[in-house]
Design a protein around this ligand. Structure first.
Ligand SMILES: [Zn+2]
Length: 190
């Protein structure tokens, strides 16, 4: 049941900002960072594995973990919450969707121009020069319990590719500027 006050606020809104986190994807079967890891990563803390330090220490372990997670995401489907947010965008003058999630379920539900606060599993960048690869990643086909996997190399500088799974601090300046511009233009409406 949607509260009448929310319906009324949405009717008069000029710009709606939707902010989502792990809960929206948990319904699709995507484990959250609070869930214990299994298989090869059983001994590891997911918050630790996502840091640049962990990648520097053991890139094959971290890349294997990300590919395993990407495979899980590709096997999952958007749920009614993802679909409702995509639908809401068609009923308000402007909607900005900001997510903490690294999956692409919002995009597959039909949302456009999603801002991924912590990067995306599906859009890695070079750890050295921050460029995105020219070619999309091939379909992930990982064993059930995961494996170590050497990251692909950047075609520009030869650096290793890494998911932008860390904090905002490690994202590119261009992306940050876009986020700040969007936030400023929201004028406090939610
Ligand atoms: Zn590079």
């Amino acid at each position: 049941m949607i509260p009448a006050s929310l319906i009324s606020a949405l009717r008069s809104a000029r710009h709606v900002v939707v902010f989502t986190g792990a809960g929206v994807s948990a319904e699709s079967g995507i484990p959250t960072f609070r869930d214990a890891l299994t298989g090869l990563w059983e001994r590891f803390d997911p918050g630790e594995l996502a840091t640049p330090e962990a990648f520097r220490r053991d890139p094959a372990l971290v890349w294997g973990w990300y590919e395993w997670r990407r495979m899980r995401v590709l096997q999952s489907q958007p749920n009614p919450a993802h679909l409702a947010i995509a639908d809401l965008a068609r009923h308000v003058p402007q909607l900005t969707l900001i997510t903490q999630n690294v999956d692409d379920l919002h995009e597959r539900a039909g949302s456009e121009d999603v801002i991924h606060l912590h990067g995306s599993l599906h859009r890695p960048r070079c750890f050295a020069c921050a460029r995105e690869p020219a070619e999309p990643l091939p379909a992930a086909d990982e064993p059930e319990h995961g494996r170590r996997l050497e990251p692909p190399r950047c075609s520009h500088c030869g650096g290793r590719l890494r998911r932008c799974g860390g904090s905002v601090r490690h994202q590119t300046q261009r992306l940050l500027s876009r986020k700040f511009w969007r936030a400023r233009n929201c004028r406090g409406q939610t």
